[in-house]
Design a protein around this ligand. Structure first.
Ligand SMILES: Cc1ncc(COP(=O)(O)O)c(C=O)c1O
Length: 312
């Protein structure tokens, strides 16, 4: 999208006027935190934001980890996100709030600079699919993954509980490597060789009929889609183990899928040229994917009240 409005420090400004200074601290030293939220059209015809409160709380928590006072309450940020979606007249979209250290004083210490907050929205239909190497899209085939040669950032090096821009240079290297090698996405291991997550998604496997995902202590982000899948699984009597997953378990899993706000629930068909199941979404993946889609569209009353915030 190259038009519409962007919310910047309390005002809605035209797309072309949402500019930053070249000496913005975050541009030089990656001192920013951000979120990704989705807004869906629901069964009653209205649009609703999925888990808005949880996303804005994570944004504030990420800021807190970096000594960043956003200057807005969670409720104010929620309203700003809703105002931005409304101003852009979008029924379904992706919402990107970001907070970052601005300009004024160069040097690694960000603290002398003011924090800016912005919210942009755009249409992002399918994040992982053909076009970046094929697969994972509407052809029914699962995404093709490779285990990255890049180790996921160790939580001793950066606080991986923060969704910070600094984490994404590591993600970008992994994703570019995967795409250049003809895959759709990268899976990243930590320094102990255990599975962490993909470049911008959490990962789940089905092994011996049981669902499992790596713990956040592995270095994985506490994904809100991950949490939603675990809640949906529990509600439907499916046990999900949060445990270390080794690289070889990826190859022998009967099903693998990724979760993320942008990617939603994405079946994996291949990892390092080993086919997973028959290369398409397995039974449990299909079940959880359709239950997740029901929840985001307000078709599952057990979750809609807690998880959906109407835009109007
Ligand atoms: C590194 C990483 N892991 C996991 C996720 C999934 O998190 P969520 O489901 O909250 O979007 C994301 C996306 O935000 C991510 O960037």
């Amino acid at each position: 999208m190259t038009e519409g409005k962007i919310w910047l420090n309390g005002s809605l400004v035209d797309y072309d006027n949402a500019k930053i200074h070249i000496l913005t601290h975050a541009l030089h030293y990656a001192t920013g935190v951000f979120e990704g939220i989705r807004c869906y059209k629901t069964v009653n015809g209205n649009s609703a934001m999925f888990r808005l409160q949880d996303h804005m709380q994570r944004l504030l928590d990420s800021g807190r980890i970096y000594f960043m006072d956003l200057g807005y309450t969670r409720q104010q940020l929620e309203k700003a996100a809703i105002d931005t979606v409304k101003a852009n007249r979008m029924e379904e979209c992706y919402i990107r709030p970001i907070a970052y250290y601005g300009y004024g004083k160069m040097g690694v210490n960000p603290m002398p600079n003011k924090v800016s907050v912005a919210i942009a929205v755009w249409k992002w239909d399918e994040y992982l699919k053909g076009g970046e190497g094929g697969g994972g899209g509407s052809d029914g085939k699962g995404a093709r993954l490779m285990v990255s040669s890049w180790t996921r950032i160790d939580p001793k090096s950066l606080p991986m509980g923060a969704k910070a821009t600094a984490n994404y240079a590591n993600s970008a290297l992994a994703r570019v490597e995967a795409i250049k090698a003809g895959f759709d996405e990268a899976v990243m291991l930590n320094s102990a060789g255990m599975v962490v997550e993909a470049s911008a998604e959490n990962i789940f496997i089905v092994k011996d009929g049981a669902l499992a995902t790596p713990p956040t202590t592995s270095g994985a982000l506490a994904g809100i889609t991950r949490d939603s899948i675990m809640a949906i699984a529990k509600e439907n009597g499916i046990e999900c183990k949060v445990r270390d997953i080794s690289r070889d378990e990826l190859y022998t899993a009967s099903e693998v899928f990724l979760t993320g706000t942008a990617a939603e629930v994405k079946p994996v068909g291949e990892i390092d040229n080993r086919m997973i199941g028959d290369g398409r979404a397995g039974k449990m993946t299909k079940q959880l994917k359709s239950l997740f889609e029901a929840a985001v569209h307000g078709k599952d009353k057990k979750f809609s009240k807690a998880w959906l915030t109407p835009v109007n």
